[in-house]
Design a binder for this molecule. Structure first.
Ligand SMILES: C[S@@+](CC[C@H](N)C(=O)[O-])C[C@H]1O[C@@H](n2cnc3c(N)ncnc32)[C@H](O)[C@@H]1O
Length: 159
């Protein structure tokens, strides 16, 4: 969020995470000029009623940690936070083909999660079921394959 706010002076953001993570994040950004544009909200995105009226809600490297049923609940819950026409953005590591991938020592920490990196299809299906529009998937190759799914919440007056 700090990087995004640095590059986009008009952006204000709310980070929702578990209490300890918010404390660490708040401490980290305290000296930065962007600190007053980034609010931290301690909560549970699975079960709490989330604040509303956001133009964009993003999950970055979070949904893969959860079984499909919960991943879907996160998306459903977050979709209520968006204004009509607002964007949901999911940025996740995709599956890694172990047999065809050169494995580096630096990859060890996240190889723990290699079985939970799923393809974007589950998220696309969920967004279709929720009547999101303009659903797109973009593949991004960083240290391993990532993807970005974006979709727009239906406008009240669109067909
Ligand atoms: C793998 S970390 C990713 C952190 C960061 N977005 C990144 O890409 O480096 C997953 C984050 O999701 C948060 N998280 C997990 N379950 C959550 C929940 N139920 N409600 C809110 N945040 C949650 C964790 O505390 C953690 O900060």
């Amino acid at each position: 969020m700090l990087q995004i706010c640095r590059q986009n002076p008009d952006v204000t953001a709310t980070v929702l995470d578990l209490p300890l993570v918010c404390d660490v994040g708040q401490e980290h950004i305290r000296p930065e000029p962007e600190a007053d544009r980034i609010k931290f909200l301690k909560g549970d995105a699975l079960t709490d009623a989330l604040p509303e009226d956001f133009d964009l809600v993003t999950f970055k490297s979070m949904l893969h940690d959860w079984p499909e049923r919960e991943a879907i609940r996160f998306i459903k819950n977050a979709s209520r936070s968006l204004v009509p026409g607002g964007t949901l953005l999911i940025f996740e590591r995709g599956p890694i083909e172990m047999a065809q991938t050169e494995i580096y020592y630096s990859m060890i920490p996240f190889l723990l999660f290699v079985h939970s990196f799923r393809a974007p299809a589950l998220y696309v299906k969920q967004l279709q079921d929720l009547d999101f529009q303009e659903i797109s998937v973009k593949n991004v190759c960083l240290d391993t394959p990532f993807f970005i799914v974006t979709a727009k919440k239906k406008n009240r007056n669109s067909p």
